[in-house]
Design a protein around this ligand. Sequence first.
Ligand SMILES: Nc1ncnc2c1ncn2[C@@H]1O[C@H](COP(=O)(O)OP(=O)(O)O)[C@@H](O)[C@H]1O
Ligand SMILES: CC(C)(COP(=O)(O)O)[C@@H](O)C(=O)NCCC(=O)O
Length: 333
Amino acid sequence: MATSPSEHPRRPATPGTPGPQGRSARSARPSPYVDLSRADWSRPRDRSASPLSAEQVERLRGLGDVIDLTEVRDVYLPLCDLLRLHIDAARQLRARVGGFLGGPQPPTPFVVGIAGSVAVGKSTVARLLRALLAQGPEGYRVALVPTDGFLLPNAELERRGLMRRKGFPESYDRRALTRFVAEVKSGRPEVSAPVYSHLVYDIVPGERETVERPDILILEGLNVLQQPPPGRVGVADYFDFSVYVDARVGDIESWYLERFLALRATAFQDPLSYFRKYAEISQEAALDFARNIWREVNGPNLVDNIAPTRGRASLVLRKGPDHTVQGLRLRKL
Ligand SMILES: Nc1ncnc2c1ncn2[C@@H]1O[C@H](COP(=O)(O)OP(=O)(O)O)[C@@H](O)[C@H]1O
Ligand SMILES: CC(C)(COP(=O)(O)O)[C@@H](O)C(=O)NCCC(=O)O
């Protein structure tokens, strides 16, 4: 059984139990991160109210996730407030750099990366941030793009012998992904990305999603914090802020398996579903199949490729077994 990345002795400590000043016992050694308990992070300050109702939050929630208004208030509203600080600071810095260069600098979209394992709940976090930021007082125009659109189509993955490596770095068109983010960041009026369908488990031929110079771009995917090959620029080089959604490997595996079973009763029933046959076999046989995908694909990808990028994130959200955020780790400035 693979060890949790958080339990790995050589990797940086995850949020620990905080002391009186919000400092964890483990952070006695100098660290480039501030460890915060949920209570420290959600401590009442001069905070904006949720622009979302309980029903709206429910609609944004992914299958198996448990995000509710308490989670929004304690975790995601403070995160939006922190993002606003960064966005304002970037605007002020741009104005000063404009003064330094002798002419105003055009604004560029503020790019937020969201990384983490398959089934950790990245897409719920990304959808929630988009809604909270878009419906906040600034009325930001927010675009959300999942990186799965940049996976190679199944036909190409099969040709390269990579069908059992979907989600691994080599299964993406990384150049196209980096070019996409570079073009958004360059201020181009319209940039488009290919679209992936979880239902058919493949790229949708001819379909593209267009991003039109948003104030904020949220880029969500397994591999967004990965280092580029030597000498190349990677997507993370364009990030203004990044979030890694973290949890114990064993918990994420359980969520993956539970979700697989829940999908049997929902999405897999669709005649177009790639996984249609797993709705028809016994629950035990379906579970065996899902365990196998976890053991051979998603688990190793998490341990070998995704968890090692956690230390590059601006903020780590550490989820407990019930999906709620228990602690956070913020990179010092
Ligand atoms: N086989 C599938 N069929 C339909 N929807 C799926 C399937 N697998 C995953 N999904 C949905 O796709 C979204 C992204 O899932 P995933 O990439 O595992 O990331 P995460 O769970 O971190 O958001 C989730 O909302 C999930 O419910
Ligand atoms: C499509 C994914 C690679 C996620 O891609 P991402 O949006 O993170 O770029 C993943 O959901 C997936 O399908 N993994 C392959 C193994 C599996 O079927 O679970």
